[in-house]
Write a protein that binds this ligand. Structure first.
Ligand code: ADP
Ligand code: AMP
Length: 214
């Protein structure tokens, strides 16, 4: 099963993508997590990506596409994957379509998690992330068992550099301009599904499982 998660920054794409990946035994591919791991490890890709991310802009398509094309051809992707944060532009979506078509494949579901902008800033200001395993928490809506410590791997939880309110507003603008048009793109392909992302985490997941045919 090949799934794309769509939605504004902070809509809950990562939260739901991890649950889908666990339930269906497919890899969770977060381009944001891949960039952050590269920044942490001081790679050339990380150094190139950092200035764009810190400013709330998108990393150029050329850098993003190279890493995604490499990732989907790895062995663990044979039975599918769930993309989180990719594609984010029409050229990225077109490049993905072309790569899949070349392999005789297509996307099964593009799941758009709908959350109004007013809710996003609250979500982002409380977000805490584990740099070790990528797990995401919220101080109020999804707190870890022990404050500051990842339930999954025991790693330290941190505030993402790009979750400051001024950067969040910039990222929301970039989302509306460059990523939201993907909703119509996947609607036209016949694989769009929309869920109400203002419900709590488990309810949203239930709705997603239903649309995936459970
Ligand atoms: P995205 O991957 O779309 O940027 P995340 O999955 O990281 O978003 O979620 C953003 C923040 O909102 C996190 O702190 C997360 O714990 C919290 N969150 C996710 N889904 C919900 C929800 N349904 N209700 C309340 N908070 C949520
Ligand atoms: P995310 O973790 O999905 O919120 O992404 C964090 C940041 O990484 C974004 O604001 C972008 O700067 C960058 N990024 C992640 N995925 C992409 C992508 N598909 N295309 C361009 N930039 C991306």
């Amino acid at each position: 099963m090949k799934i794309i998660m769509l939605g504004a920054p902070g809509a809950g794409k990562g939260t739901q993508a991890k649950k889908i990946a666990d339930r269906y035994g497919i890899p969770h591919i977060s381009t944001g997590d891949i960039f952050r791991a590269n920044i942490k490890n001081g790679t050339e890709l990380g150094m190139k990506a950092k200035s764009y991310m810190d400013a709330g802009n998108l990393v150029p398509d050329s850098l993003t596409l190279e890493l995604v094309m490499d990732r989907i051809h790895q062995d663990d992707c044979q039975n599918g994957y769930v993309f989180d944060g990719f594609p984010r532009t029409i050229p990225q979506a077109e490049a993905l379509e072309e790569a899949l078509r070349a392999d005789g494949q297509s996307i099964d579901y593009a799941i758009d998690i709908e959350v109004p902008d007013e809710n996003i800033v609250t979500r982002m200001s409380g977000r805490r992330a584990c740099l070790g395993c990528g797990a995401t928490y919220h101080t109020v809506f999804a707190p870890p068992k022990t404050e500051g410590v990842c339930d999954r791997c025991g790693g330290e939880l941190t505030i993402r550099d790009d979750d400051k309110p001024e950067t969040v507003n910039k990222r929301l603008g970039v989302y509306h301009q460059q990523t939201q048009p993907l909703i119509d793109f996947y609607q036209d392909k016949g694989c769009l599904a929309q869920v109400d992302g203002t419900k709590d985490v488990e309810e949203v997941f239930q709705d997603i499982c239903e649309l995936l045919g459970e």
